[in-house]
Design a protein. Structure first.
Length: 284
């Protein structure tokens, strides 16, 4: 499936050091997995986690889920060995934390060759350089790192995420301008479904393709929030039908539910139907 049209509703972090969690992911209805060697893995476990993860990926069983390996930064003592190991793993992409500029991706690509790259967007410098990072030829997607961003910005948690908006907006603009995937940050309170839904809805309305998750309990809420609803699918079908009807009579504007429908709305309607089809295809 084309990486730009496949669903990325739910992207679950799994500590690379935990065989039980690595196994569990084989049966979770997530669209993608981030196999983590960075913050989810303690210093004591860093070296072993690389081997544990390589073995789990070699064993396979992850089906259509996109497999992304998050390495430690290249400025850490583990980064280079992680990158060399990840380049040989049976994974779809490598995720670099705390990307500040496109030069960081150049340095990783020198080690990892043809593997597609993803960038953690979680530093103020990264926000300011989002455009050049998104334009990197090896970059496939961006992941918001809202915990690190909050730390760097010295913001307090707010349900409306107002202090994050400038950074989220800059990264969204950059990703959309380059046609790259972009997924939202994690919601730390993994037992709070209501709060998660509010944040998912906000991220979806802003234009994120999906959300990163830390616990399996967050998957269903997220998959629902980032999938087209029945009402959206129904409206999309009616918009396309109404537009095709007026177009056949030489007109350029239809009206559905009291709102105009022009060719750009039809393009959005077709994208909604394509997304619903893609979700159905990977769920089958
Ligand atoms: C948060 C956790 C430490 C909770 O773990 P635990 O206490 O084991 O939870 P449960 O007992 O409720 O687990 C139930 C079962 O689910 C499995 N499990 C738990 N988490 C995961 C997971 N992430 N993936 C797959 N499976 C998972 C458990 O193994 C149990 O299975 P079973 O025994 O068979 O019933 C834990 O959830 C956790 O470690 N989560 C990941 C944390 C993480 O990845 N953190 C780093 C990413 S966040 C970040 O860094 C973002 C960014 O960089 C930023 O700056 O914002
Ligand atoms: Mg982080």
């Amino acid at each position: 499936m084309d990486p730009r049209t496949r669903p990325y509703r739910s992207v679950l972090y799994i500590p690379g050091s935990k065989p039980r969690a690595l196994d569990k992911a084989r049966n979770l209805p997530v669209d993608a997995v981030i196999f983590d060697l960075e913050d989810a893995v303690s210093v004591e476990e860093k070296e072993n986690a690389r081997d544990t993860l390589a073995a789990a990926l070699a064993e396979g069983g992850y089906g259509a889920r996109v497999r992304i390996v998050r390495i430690n930064g290249l400025d850490t003592q583990w980064g280079r060995a992680d990158a060399e190991a990840a380049a040989k793993m049976d994974c779809d992409a490598i995720l670099l934390p705390k990307v500040s500029s496109s030069a960081d991706l150049d340095a990783l690509a020198e080690i990892t060759g043809d593997k597609p790259l993803w960038a953690m967007m979680e530093t103020p410098r990264g926000m300011l350089n989002a455009a050049e990072i998104a334009a990197h030829p090896k970059l496939q997607g961006m992941v918001m790192g809202t915990n690190d961003l909050a730390k760097e910005l010295q913001t307090r948690f707010r349900a409306d995420r107002l202090p994050m908006m400038a950074g989220l907006g800059l990264c969204l603009l950059a990703a959309k301008a380059e046609g790259k995937i972009i997924v939202d940050g994690v919601y730390n309170a993994f037992k709070d479904d209501e709060g998660l839904k509010v944040e998912c809805d906000q991220g979806r309305d802003m234009g994120f393709d999906g959300k990163t998750l830390i616990h399996p309990a967050q998957v269903d809420v997220t998959n629902t929030a980032f999938a087209p609803s029945e009402a959206e699918i129904d409206l999309a079908r009616r918009q396309i039908a109404a537009f095709e009807e007026v177009e056949a009579s030489g007109q350029g504007v239809a009206v559905v539910d009291g709102k105009i429908v022009e060719n750009l709305h039809v393009a959005t309607a077709r994208e909604i139907l394509a997304k619903a089809d893609a979700i159905a295809a990977i769920s089958a």
